[in-house]
Design a binder for this molecule. Structure first.
Ligand code: ATP
Length: 288
């Protein structure tokens, strides 16, 4: 399901959360939505799910504007940390409500996920532990099979084995039922293997929108004798440097063609990959 965002602005009073954001997603992929705290991820997803009306600009999902458009919104699921529609009644009530709301709901799949996460059906959702509530959100989000499904850090409350079970379930179900999935997370290294494309937002604007592989291929670490590293990286975009005695390691962002790579080898330099989390940290302004 195609997603188009054009000159999108969202203000909360004096605070500008989305500052003229534009991008488009072709759909049918798993997208990572990354950004530092307060960069606008939740605001963006809230507008995409029509939970909030934008201040200015245009948003369309599957070619339709979403705000006050019941038909479009039925195809969009946004799961936040407490889950969607899981604040009233028992887990069973929540599933019943989700089934009523979602034309593409799969109740058998929902049952199997309830078992996978060992969720008590009769328990009031408000009385569940944080991790159980997060898992409830995940069950509702996955079993909805909405053509556009967004998880806004919804699985952060879950423990490591449950998160892994979620990633496995998500991937298996996405392969069986392809759809557009957007995952926002701060656990970048844990989830990055799932992303086909990544959108990094910063201060309400898009900083990077690329295929994961392309993004990763742009990040290169260059290690060797400090003077040689400096010569090699002159004119390149250096994201960060570390020096230990005479040895220096620099993180470079950009295309390194074959000739440049050969030069590195000739200078005795070692080239290596940079993981997505390190790239993210440096592209969004370092660890300060
Ligand atoms: N209800 C609100 N009222 C006022 N300002 C808000 C509101 N919600 C968000 N903001 C502000 O909008 C900006 C973007 O917030 P948003 O929650 O979208 O960021 P985020 O990227 O999801 O952050 P985090 O990673 O911390 O969850 C921040 O400056 C935040 O303080």
């Amino acid at each position: 399901m195609r997603v188009e965002v054009e000159d999108l602005v969202l203000r909360y009073g004096d605070v500008t959360a989305l500052d003229g954001m534009s991008f488009s997603l072709e759909g049918g992929k798993i997208y990572g939505l990354l950004g530092r705290n307060g960069s606008g991820k939740t605001s963006l997803m809230s507008v995409l799910a029509a939970f909030r009306k934008q201040t200015a600009g245009r948003v369309s999902v599957g070619g339709r504007p979403v705000f006050e458009n019941g038909e479009a919104v039925r195809d969009i699921a946004l799961i936040r940390d407490t889950g969607e529609a899981v604040t009233i009644g028992t887990a069973e009530d929540a599933l019943y409500f989700a089934e009523w709301l979602r034309p593409s709901w799969d109740s058998e799949y929902a049952e199997s996920l309830m078992e996978l996460f060992k969720l008590p059906r009769k328990k009031n959702v408000k009385e569940m532990s944080k991790g159980q509530r997060s898992a409830m959100g995940v069950v509702v989000g996955l079993a909805s099979r909405a053509p556009l499904t967004m998880f806004d850090e919804s699985y952060l409350g879950m423990d490591a084995p449950s998160r892994q079970a979620f990633y496995d379930a998500l991937l298996a179900d996405y392969i069986a039922h392809p759809r557009t999935i957007i995952l926002s997370t701060h656990l970048i290294e844990e989830v990055s293997g799932l992303f086909e494309e990544v959108v990094i937002i910063h201060e309400g604007k898009v900083l990077v929108h690329e295929e994961s592989e392309a993004l990763l291929s742009r990040g290169v670490s260059v290690t060797g004798q400090a003077a040689h590293v400096d010569t090699f990286t002159a004119g390149l975009r250096v994201l960060g440097e570390r020096q230990l005695g005479p040895t220096k390691s620099a993180m470079v962002y950009g295309e390194l063609d074959a000739a440049r790579r050969r030069k590195a080898v000739e200078a005795g330099l070692e080239l290596g990959p940079i993981n997505m989390q390190d790239l993210f940290i440096h592209l969004t302004g370092g660890s300060s």
